[in-house]
Ligand binder design. Sequence first.
Ligand SMILES: [Zn+2]
Length: 319
Amino acid sequence: MTTRRTSLLAAGALLAAPALLTRRAEAQAAAPAAAGANPGFFRFKTGGFTVTTVHDGAGARPNPTQGFVRNAEPAAVEAALKEAFLPTDALSIPYTVPFVETPRGIVAFDTGTGAGKLAGNLAAAGIDPGKVQAVIFTHFHGDHVGGLIGQGDAAFFPNAEIIVPAAEWAYWMDEGNASRAPEAMKPAFANVRRRFAPYQGKVKQIASDAEVFPGITAIPTPGHTPGHTSYRLADGGQQAIILGDVTNRPELNLRNPGWHLVFDMDASAAEATRRRTFDMVATDRIRCVGYHFPFPANGYVAKDGNGYRFQPADWLANA
Ligand SMILES: [Zn+2]
């Protein structure tokens, strides 16, 4: 009896197997290839706004204890990485682009690197780049402007108005700044021109404290770049702040706001901006989205000793 039952079960398993394999193949065919096995997007609500953070992949910084933080000893950087359970030989720097659905349409904050996972993860999130109404920039570093263009350097957001901080535009588009830049910086100036090229006539420059969209207001946060700008979302009594690069990985210069990472163009202004911004979001308990935060790239900031602590938002809270 046992033998017969076992063999019947085995036969059943054999019959079931091809159907199972077919279903699995169909599921794989339906999934966007670039999204991989893990979720590449995350949603939460701020009042009537829906924020979707869309992952674009990550860069790698080799030897992060050596020269990455200009004004900290390698041992101190190593200790901070260990405290956060991060590797000390190479540091992953994630890129995550927030998209916000508003009653007036979808807006993006920055665009990703242009060479990562954004397109695949946008498809997985059901966001059509052709339906993005506005792309609002925090600043013009390559990992933020790269995704303005896609195949053949065509506009990746063909119907979007491009909203830029006037101070950031003035700095990068100035031919004098471009020609006086050290050799190592010249490609960054050329890159900005190439990425914005297909959007001629669609770029709107804004003041650093302007209301850029109903319920979305600029906050000047200079230092990382000359015109770096963050944005406050406010609706229905709730708020969130799109930080941009006020900090890089929070385990480094949010935990230690006095640390000057190599990417900050005016390090002391960037530090003053960090302290002012983190004091504000910690006191007012405002949810923050950070471009280089670990995915899903949003949470809260608490004061902790002489620095701050990043508290990721509950995955299911306010979903
Ligand atoms: Zn960045």
